[in-house]
Write a protein that binds this ligand. Structure first.
Ligand SMILES: [Zn+2]
Length: 162
């Protein structure tokens, strides 16, 4: 059979086309969902670690104390390659100024990483940030589920977070 318009518009072709479209949208959604839950986990962890409350936390690089909802989950090394996107040691609560405007505030962030995890750990994270991993949709579902449970282990999000 010749390839032509008939094949292009056959029910099977349309079905495949729509499946491909669905797959694309859903993987992006899964990634956003996994990131959003991971980001909540990081901010909750750091709020508890830096202030002992669920509602406020300190920016890892400038020390400003902000409500949970004003904190961001900022990467030590910018350029979010997949394998590093969900790095617990490479991501911490940060203020918007340090995360976005100062591009992570990397020199201060490096010192903070060394203080937290030890000499040389900044280099471990640098290496990790260069590794590229493609997540399958199921990986992203698993990551979201895992961090939902981790949030529960920390006692859940505060109901009063802004
Ligand atoms: Zn800051």
């Amino acid at each position: 059979m010749k390839r032509g318009k008939k094949l292009e518009y056959s029910p099977i072709a349309l079905e495949l086309k729509s499946r491909r479209a669905k797959k694309k949208v859903s993987k992006r959604t899964l990634k956003n969902n996994a990131w959003s839950i991971f980001s909540q986990y990081i901010r909750l962890r750091d709020c508890l670690f830096t202030t002992g409350t669920k509602t406020h936390g300190k920016c890892i690089t400038c020390g400003v104390v902000l409500p949970f909802g004003k904190l961001q989950a900022g990467h030590f090394i910018s350029g979010r390659h997949n394998s590093y996107l969900f790095s617990e040691e490479g991501v911490h609560a940060q203020c918007r100024t340090c995360n976005i405007i100062k591009d992570g505030n990397p020199l201060v962030y490096r010192r903070a990483i060394i203080d937290l995890y030890g000499e040389g750990y900044d280099e471990v994270l640098e290496k990790e940030s260069r590794e590229i991993k493609k997540f399958a949709p199921q990986d992203l579902v698993d990551i979201a589920e895992y961090y939902k449970k981790e949030i529960e282990k920390l006692g859940g999000l505060s109901e009063t977070v802004v």
